[in-house]
Design a protein around this ligand. Structure first.
Ligand code: HEM
Ligand code: NAG
Ligand code: NAG
Length: 513
């Protein structure tokens, strides 16, 4: 009692001491990274960082910071951002002591307390899991991959041709972005779980899966920005949220669905199949691990791939010269037998042999990197010294360093003065071999690098190649609302683009697909 009285008497002093300790701490935090410049107040508070995270265009703001403050800038008391190729490759190199940061990785969990490859911060667990999964992700132990993707490309073309064609008599705009998302969701479910959701067949968001993940991303970004992740991911809150969805379909549904499909598969003979699940099982993944990893595939593999296709078409449909050149290459490939007659679907190898198609796909991903996340890495304890523009720079241990993929891919020093313009020819006509080699190396970073590089890269590229070729072969497309081509939102680097209305005119008339 007496103690409280004394404390009460001395409250002024206590508050002053508390304030002083707080200020000393703030100054210490501020000074640790004071060599790096950034937006006003970012050295003292999380306000800028949080406001940017919840905004719909964090990628634009991150790029502005890098353009203004240099290759390593400060966006929070403990947070840096970079657009340096050297630093990105240094942090993610195979034996680098940098790790994923816990706070960001946690935000990508699909269920509290359960990790998948992307959220796993224990390096030895992560390395082993990657080894177990690499072959299933590659075509080597997944022989059904290409045929499966062909089926869904065929369904996409069929859906547009049977329901959404425009003619000189009647224009019928439709949301191209949504149809492409149906493709991506069906493909990832078909190759990851062995069954599609049926979005393309039914022309709808089956089980409201897309809607659910979009809400999930929004909750995730608010929680990350406000520091509420531990609260939101407590089993307690999850239980409160669960009944929110009518018919109990939402939130818990994707997980229940994955678990049920995997249990079905595990009861069947996996030896006779040569798909992704069979490969993972052969390499020792348990049922629980399969469930966690399949959830990651669904969130990592659908929005990224559909964003790639939407963004490329946004630029194709606004650059007539490029569209015409691409269409001529596609038609020539059909004429000379590189592609089978419609409704056949071009092979991966066939698409890869078309230089202008490859240049367009590269340029589309460069001008709009489909994954805009910071994917921050943590500087090892004890700190690290790196060379930046020839000068040594010290990075304090425990600092988070994120990447601005937009600043990196639109960098004028690397891609030239017209770096911000869409010009696929840059990949074909560049005479300076050293510059071209650097451009290719920087471009590869869109999928991450080294020990964290995207495992779904070849799957994504196969899907994008086939989709772009077949859409261009089959239809003449136009933007129906050129003044407002789409509504875009960035949640933790995952993009959703809604209402991308296009019209499609049939180019092949007599094909029955
Ligand atoms: C254009 C499409 C895609 C892009 C641009 C992309 C990009 C990325 C990036 C930047 C990372 C993180 C790298 C880091 O932490 O530094 C990543 C990780 C990952 N991605 Fe993708 N991705 C795409 C499509 C896919 C698809 C289709 C799948 C699945 C089929 C997939 C599965 C994964 C997995 C499993 C990881 C985690 C790798 C690890 O932690 O070791 N991605 N991706
Ligand atoms: C990482 O996981 C391994 C194997 O499960 C374990 O032995 C090790 O202690 C973990 N490391 C850390 C830093 O938690
Ligand atoms: C995967 O899920 C199970 C439960 O469903 C959990 O016990 C496990 O820790 C999770 N994480 C990993 C890396 O297996």
């Amino acid at each position: 009692m007496e103690l409280f009285l004394v404390a009460y008497e001395a409250r002024g002093l206590l508050v002053s001491v508390g304030l002083a300790v707080y200020l000393v701490y703030k100054v210490w935090v501020y000074r640790r990274l004071s060599a790096f410049k950034g937006p006003f107040s970012s050295g003292w508070s999380e306000t800028w960082n949080s406001a940017t995270t919840v905004s719909n265009n964090a990628h634009v703001k991150h790029k502005e910071v890098c353009d203004k403050y240099g290759p390593i800038s400060r966006i929070g008391p403990n947070d840096l951002i970079t657009d340096s190729m050297e630093l990105v490759t240094h942090m993610s190199a195979a034996r680098s002591p940098y790790t994923r940061t816990v706070w960001f990785a946690r935000a990508t969990r699909t269920k509290p307390g359960e990790d998948h490859l992307f959220s796993e911060t224990n390096e030895s667990v992560h390395t082993r899991r990657r080894q177990q999964m690499a072959l299933g992700y590659s075509g080597k132990e997944n022989l059904e991959l290409e045929g499966t993707i062909d089926v869904y490309i065929g369904k996409l073309i069929h859906l547009i041709r049977s329901k959404y064609l425009s003619t000189p008599e009647l224009a019928q705009p439709f949301d191209f972005g949504k149809k492409v998302q149906y493709l991506a969701v069906d493909v990832i479910n078909a190759i990851g779980l062995g069954v599609p959701l049926g979005d393309l067949d039914t022309d709808s968001d089956q089980y409201r899966y897309i809607e659910t993940t979009e809400v999930g991303f929004k909750i995730g970004k608010m929680a990350l920005a406000l520091g509420l992740l531990p609260v939101i991911q407590s089993p307690w809150v999850m239980r409160l949220l669960a009944p929110l969805g009518e018919d109990g379909l939402r939130f818990g549904w994707p997980l229940r669905h994955a678990r049920a499909r995997i249990d079905e598969r595990l009861q069947q003979e996996t030896e006779t199949r040569s798909d992704m699940l069979a490969s993972f099982v052969r390499h020792g993944l348990t049922r629980d691990q399969l469930v966690n990893e399949s959830m990651l595939q669904l969130i990592a593999g659908s929005d990224t791939t559909s964003t790639s296709i939407r963004a490329l078409f946004l630029y194709l449909l606004t650059h007539r010269r490029v569209y015409a050149t691409l269409q001529a290459e596609v038609d020539a490939a059909v004429a000379d037998g590189t592609a089978p007659p419609a409704p056949g679907v071009i092979s991966e190898a066939g698409a890869r042999s078309l230089p202008y198609l490859q240049a367009c796909i590269k340029e589309g991903m460069r001008i709009r990197p489909p994954a805009g996340a910071l994917v921050p890495k943590r500087v090892p304890d004890g700190g690290d010294t790196v060379l930046m523009d020839g000068k040594p720079v010290f990075l304090s241990g425990g600092t988070n360093i994120g990447v601005s993929m937009f600043a990196l891919q639109l960098n004028k020093g690397i891609f030239g003065d017209d770096a911000e313009e869409f010009r696929p020819e840059r990949w074909l006509v560049e005479k300076d071999e050293k510059k071209l080699a650097t451009m290719h190396r920087v471009h590869e970073l869109i999928f991450g690098y080294g020990k964290y590089q995207c495992l779904g890269k070849s799957i994504a590229l196969m899907e994008v190649n086939k989709a772009v070729f077949e859409l261009v072969r089959n239809f003449d497309m136009s933007l129906a609302r050129p003044d407002k081509p789409w509504e875009e939102e960035n949640s933790l680097g995952v993009f959703t683009q809604r209402n991308m209305l296009v019209t499609a005119i049939d180019r092949l008339g007599d094909v029955k697909s």
